[in-house]
Design a protein around this ligand. Structure first.
Ligand code: TUI
Length: 314
């Protein structure tokens, strides 16, 4: 069985986090992953505190295991949801798409273990100085908001730069990815895309079907011109958006084109105007499974690979 320091630190069976995917990762999915022995994570996305309180209530009802909340730092409600996680004494908070230092003191005082998602060495050092418990180093293979570096380049450089534990994310879809992450110096992994098709994932069926159909080159990154690059499935909408970015369309019109697109995809399954975030490992996701099947299968594969890795040492 694979055990790493992060298991004891967070009181979880497996060093496997489920990504806090906006409009997708709700209390039901988080509870299912936590019950399977991983760390389930609820996304606070860009809604107000009422939504988050309700999802935390659902998670607490469905599991007595630790779970986390992901706070997207570009959310207009970031200040209020930041307070709610402290009030609710959520065991773990992950953050994304920015620098969480301003909230760190409040969260640390509430006894929350803060694990920011970072995409560069500089940001990893910054959050370590501000009191982060660990970091999630996420490469640009991931779905959603992405940085520039790949997981292979980012993870070892972050491991060298900080002394807190490093969790690897981006491009990890099975046990081979988990084993590779450990070889790069990580003590755990976060997976998002694989959980998009979990039975307990309440995303629209059109979204699941797109992920199941997607291959290795089915995703593209849009939003670079406005400074918010997002990896999503190639659709007429995302290809049209990319074209608009390289045209005379104004920044304001471009911004307007993207408003509500994540919700349209995840909740309505809108294939015309929705944005379907998804990682590059989509081609490895070919069937719907329960969260428990995903977690146990991935960790068993990793254990087998790591157990036999010394065949390369002569
Ligand atoms: O945050 C994510 N993934 C996301 S957030 C999201 S919602 C959204 N909607 C519209 C536009 C953009 C996003 C969908 N997917 N992943 C974690 C992540 N964080 N990836 C990369 C980063 C990151 C990037 C820059 C973290 C820190 C950072 O610092 C930049 C700075 O200097 O402030």
């Amino acid at each position: 069985m694979i055990k790493s320091p992060i298991c004891e630190m967070l009181n979880i069976k497996y060093p496997l986090f489920q990504g806090g995917m906006a409009w997708i990762a709700d209390g039901e999915l988080a509870a299912a992953v936590s019950n399977a022995g991983g760390l389930g994570i609820i996304s606070a996305m860009n809604l107000d505190g009422d939504y988050l309180r309700e999802q935390i209530r659902i998670a607490k009802e469905k599991t007595n295991k630790p779970f986390g909340v992901n706070i997207m730092l570009m959310s207009p409600h970031v200040a209020s949801v930041a307070k709610i996680v402290a009030e609710e004494k959520v065991p773990v908070v992950t953050t994304g798409a920015g620098n969480p230092s301003a909230y760190m003191e409040m969260w640390n005082e509430a006894g929350i273990k803060v694990i920011p998602v970072i995409a560069s060495v500089a940001m990893a050092k910054k959050v370590e100085r501000a009191g982060a418990y660990a970091v999630i180093a996420e490469g640009g293979e991931s779905g959603g908001h992405v940085g520039d570096l790949s997981t292979m380049a980012l993870v070892p450089q972050v491991c060298d730069a900080v002394s807190i534990p490093v969790i690897a994310a981006g491009g990890i879809g099975d046990g081979r990815g988990v084993a590779a992450a450990f070889m790069l110096g990580a003590v755990g992994v976060q997976m998002g895309t694989r959980f998009l098709v979990a039975k307990e994932c309440n995303v629209h069926q059109n979204y699941k079907d797109k992920v199941l159909k997607a291959g290795d080159i089915s995703t593209i990154v849009t939003g670079k011109r406005l400074g918010h690059p997002v990896r999503s499935i190639k659709t007429p909408f995302s290809k049209g958006y990319l074209k608009a970015e390289y045209s005379a369309v104004s920044d304001e019109d471009l911004e307007a084109m993207g408003v509500g697109a994540l919700r349209l995809a995840a909740v309505e399954g809108d294939e015309k105007q929705g944005c379907f975030p998804c990682g590059q490992i989509a081609g490895m996701v070919n069937r719907e499974q329960t969260s428990e099947e995903i977690v146990t299968e991935v960790m068993a594969e990793a254990e087998k690979i790591l157990g036999g890795a010394n065949i390369w040492v002569k």
